[in-house]
Unconditional design. Structure first.
Length: 597
């Protein structure tokens, strides 16, 4: 038997997937074999194929490939693939990362297509893309920024526990513009970057972020429809993908609106930040752990009745690298699915019908559970575009900017309002028709009914006294009746010890927001502490490792474990999160995070 194929200290176990000028292999460290007590740790080795790169371009391609790997190597965040080693010698360049056990989104969609002939459940797709948006935002706010610019179904992995992992940020884009790439490598690229060398300096943070959001829109469309998009065009508007994505009529209005907004042809018409997409796509499910639990349920439903993935067999390839390497692996090439190709993956007609019926029943149950667990499930209000001014009893005024008008044009967010006898839709959203200037809403017996007034926003919260932000202005505290005029407006509700509520509402016919804010326990355990300082006192929520703390900045002596942490504040008027990474030492001396906001 020839010796196993090796790259540096890594022994190749199988091929995970081809990628044009790169190929990714499953590997283990040499001399660390699995045993019954402790399986060998596995790695994903991404090799830059020198035989597929023009000789005159090899030096620059290799330099960019390795530089992208080194940036990821120094960027350790949960949910983003962790690079272990970047290796270079005259004949071999590769990036070794921790192997993530799971299935990529291409395989997940293929599994659903085999069972139902369609894509995955739209609510399930929204939860997955909410997590992708959250991870994109982590890279967008990093210093220096780390846009992905190569987002596609094959580099998003979903684990059995429902964790979404984003792989290869920056690596694909680093070499795509300098090498020959198959058409599918451009399929999820924004139209303004078609044929453009995005790895060259000077792209700009905002332009890169907008390109990532376009790719997210295509990814969401792909998950829901099950159809692989054609490469977008930089010549015509809106392009093959554009706003005409052909989503089915049963897709929730919020997801359809998200796709249309994300796929705006002009980059400046796309959302300003990936963060605003998280709650929007997740249908109001704010907690990461809760979203992951629902995603895990969706994965089990999607793969119901499918046999386990085959085990990777030891490599029998020669030590010399052949033009192509085809080894068995847990992720077969597209079309084979988890059970491989051939008769083994074809089930009998009767059994298939039973499994299909059972899977659809489970999907309905999971979707109902997702809907029931939404904080704002009673109803919703479809937001539309428009400019307006906020007037607190005819006094304070503030002007809305073009970005908020653009976001309001396509946004559709949950608002807790229901008229007597009106049932909410399948996604928990009941559209509010434009009609009478005022209309009573439901109220408990013995309580006076609130009345919608055209152009007014009425906010009632539990607990009372929550700060109510409208667009860029703090309008007051609940209970609140504020005249905002016609059009769509962004609202944020904040109360200490509770999760934020964010929405975009159409106040033309008048809106009543009745919201019970979800309580959240501030951090109470840890062997270290954090102080968070800012200029604005008592208004901006504090986040720790991307989770809300229920505290407002400034905050002192926040307990946490020793080690590296991402500390942030949500700057409400700018609708963005500022974050810094700090190191917390064990003991009573707090680490300091300071923001000039």
């Amino acid at each position: 038997m020839p010796p196993p194929l090796r790259f540096g200290k890594f022994v190749i176990e199988g091929l995970l997937g081809p990628g044009g000028v790169t190929e990714t292999y499953l590997a283990r460290e040499a001399d660390k074999k699995a045993d019954s007590r402790r399986p060998a740790k596995l790695f994903a080795v991404k090799l830059l194929r020198q035989d597929r790169v023009p000789k005159d371009a090899w030096t620059e391609v290799a330099a960019r490939f390795l530089a992208a790997g080194r940036q990821l190597q120094g960027f350790h965040r949960p949910g983003l693939g962790k690079v272990i080693e970047v290796f270079e010698d005259p004949s071999t360049c590769f990036i070794a990362s921790e192997h993530v056990a799971g299935r990529d989104l291409a395989r997940l969609v293929e599994t659903c297509r085999e069972e139902t002939g369609q894509g995955i459940n739209p609510v399930f797709a929204g939860l997955i893309c909410a997590e992708v948006a959250r991870l994109l935002h982590v890279g967008h706010v990093a210093k220096p920024t780390l846009p992905h610019l190569g987002l596609s179904p094959t580099n998003v992995i979903v684990t059995d526990a429902g964790e979404v992992m984003l792989l290869d940020a920056g690596i694909t884009a680093a070499v795509r513009g300098l090498t020959e790439q198959p058409p599918e490598r451009w399929a999820f690229v924004a139209p303004e970057l078609q044929g453009v060398d995005a790895g060259a300096p000077g792209l700009g943070d905002r332009r890169a972020q907008a390109a990532d959001l376009y790719s997210l829109g295509l990814l969401l469309s792909f998950l829901v429809s099950g159809r692989f998009p054609q490469p977008a065009s930089a010549e015509g508007k809106p392009g093959p993908a554009g706003n005409e994505v052909g989503l089915a009529e049963d897709v929730p209005a919020k997801l359809a609106a998200a796709v249309r907004t994300l796929l705006a042809f002009e980059p400046e018409d796309r959302p300003e930040s990936a963060l605003v997409l998280v709650e929007w796509l997740a249908e109001g499910i704010a907690g990461v752990k809760e979203r992951q639990a629902l995603i895990a349920d969706g994965v089990r439903v999607a793969e119901m009745g499918r046999p386990p993935a085959p085990q990777v067999e030891p490599s029998e390839q020669a030590a010399e690298l052949p033009p192509t390497i085809k080894l068995p692996g847990p992720w077969a090439k597209s079309g084979e699915g988890a059970s491989g190709a051939g008769a083994g993956s074809r089930r009998g007609g009767g059994k298939r019908v039973l499994l299909l019926a059972f899977g659809l029943a489970c999907a309905v149950a999971v979707a109902a559970a997702m809907w029931w667990r939404q904080p704002g499930r009673e109803s919703g209000v479809a937001a539309r575009s428009g400019a307006g001014k906020v007037e607190q009893k005819g006094e304070a005024e503030t002007r809305r900017g073009p970005r908020e008008r653009s976001a309001a044009q396509a946004a559709s967010r949950n608002v807790e309002e229901m008229r007597p006898g009106e049932a909410s839709g399948p996604a928990g959203a009941a559209s509010v028709p434009r009609g009478a200037a005022s209309e009573p809403t439901g109220a408990a017996e013995g309580e006076p009914a609130l009345v919608r007034v055209a152009g007014h926003l009425i906010v009632e919260t539990v607990p009372p006294g929550a700060m109510v932000w409208v667009d860029e202005t703090l309008a007051g505290k609940s209970f609140l009746d504020v005249k905002v005029g016609d059009g769509g407006h962004r609202i944020v509700l904040i109360a200490p010890g509770h999760r934020m509520f964010r929405d975009v509402v159409d106040t033309g016919p008048g809106v009543i927001v009745r919201r019970t804010l979800a309580p959240i326990e501030p951090p109470t355990r840890g062997n270290g502490f954090i102080d968070v300082n800012c200029r604005t006192r008592g208004k901006y929520p504090v986040l720790l490792d991307e989770e809300e703390t229920g505290l407002l900045c400034p905050a002192k002596m926040i307990p946490t474990r020793a080690g590296k942490h991402l500390v942030g504040i949500y700057v409400v008027p700018e609708n963005r999160t500022l974050a810094v990474e700090i190191t917390v030492e064990m003991g009573p001396k707090p680490a300091l995070a300071t923001f000039n906001e």
